[in-house]
Design a protein around this ligand. Structure first.
Ligand SMILES: [Zn+2]
Length: 351
């Protein structure tokens, strides 16, 4: 499994700023050559072609040759991924970026060594053993902080996979951020709503740095909440099923703010990678009709909440089997039942 570990860099920021400018220069050079190719009807340039064109430039630019290559390769890759004839130029407004080749980065205690320099970082968590891959880079955020993003290949140890004994289904929502099939409800945090006022004050006063800091703080607190919850769930359960609720479709409705506040997809991806890392099983299941079907008998009863009007229905009684349901717990139970692992091991029939 490929993971990215991110560390804040605490030394040599000036060097990185300078290198980022040179990387932009290489990038813009690639863009110019691509435009030439278009103008003169020549074949479009691949990463390999661009590498050949920039050979020998690294010393003059003060960059590592691997960095020059990585910029060229990324340019060609982005261009073909975005299906564009050419890309935007990188300039002062672009966030700083210095890509490096994975093999050039070496560990040195709590720091990292690259191209003759030692980069000290806030060593927030240890980097696991594994091969450091290409795609590793230094990047600067909007606040001007530099980060080292290390792409690392962790070969998953299938031998340490847990026996799937304890399972949980998770229904993601707005009022409750998550409802577990065990009946536990985890309340949503109104992080954005809480910070709205301070944000508005800073915006009116036109304090740009303050606005950026508040946005960063919001993101940070949401992330922290997701990390704590996902870690706890992976510790407690061996297999985890989550509904595939889609934020994009809902973000255009009147509930947009709450939905953007929730960050379901980042939470799901955290669950997925933590599960794999700790030998648990993770599955994303289709959540269609999970609210409507009865988790006891499987019937879609006439009483069950249906459609948008039924958002207010929290409790209902199944007309077929008479069981009383909490709306979200019922959905979570259905999600758990739909997960392939549950039907295989525990023998719950798939709905
Ligand atoms: Zn029923």
């Amino acid at each position: 499994m490929i993971l990215v570990y991110r560390y804040r860099v605490k030394s040599l920021n000036g060097l990185l700023n300078r290198q980022a400018r040179e990387c932009n220069f290489v990038w813009n050079y690639c863009n110019d050559r691509q435009k030439d190719a278009l103008r003169f009807n020549r074949p479009w340039l691949t990463g390999f072609d661009l590498n050949k064109l920039t050979t020998g430039s690294s010393r003059e630019l003060g960059l590592h040759s691997g960095t020059v290559n990585a910029v060229c390769e990324q340019y060609a890759k982005s261009r073909s991924q975005k299906k564009r004839p050419y890309l935007r130029y990188r300039g002062k407004r672009s966030l700083g970026w210095v890509p490096i080749k994975g093999r050039e980065l070496k560990r040195e205690g709590d720091a990292f060594r690259f191209a003759g320099n030692t980069f000290r970082v806030f060593h927030s968590r240890p980097l696991p053993e594994g091969k450091i891959k290409d795609g590793t880079n230094f990047s600067r955020n909007a606040r001007g902080h530099w980060f080292l993003n290390i792409v690392i290949d962790l070969s998953v140890d299938t031998a340490n996979a847990r026996r799937p004994v304890r399972g949980v289904g998770i229904d993601l929502g707005l009022k409750e951020f998550a409802t577990l099939s065990t009946g536990e409800k985890i309340e949503a945090q109104r992080i954005y709503r809480g910070a709205e006022q301070t944000l508005a004050i800073a915006q009116r006063a036109n304090k740009k740095r303050r606005v950026k800091a508040i946005h960063a703080q919001i993101a940070h607190r949401r992330n922290d909440f997701h990390h704590k919850l996902s870690t706890r769930i992976v510790r407690e359960f061996d297999y985890i099923a989550v509904g595939n609720v889609n934020a994009k479709g809902l973000a255009r409705t009147s509930m947009a703010k709450s939905i953007l506040d929730a960050g379901w997809s980042s939470f799901r991806s955290q669950l997925a990678y933590k599960a794999v890392k700790h030998g648990a099983w993770f599955e994303e299941v289709d959540e269609k009709y999970t609210t409507q079907a009865c988790s006891g008998c499987g019937a879609i009863s006439c009483n069950s909440p249906k459609g948008r009007d039924a958002l207010g229905i929290r409790q209902w009684i199944c007309a077929e089997c008479g069981v009383e349901h909490d709306r979200d717990v019922n959905a979570a139970k259905n999600i758990l039942a739909r997960c392939g692992r549950a039907s295989l091991v525990v023998g719950i029939p798939v709905l």
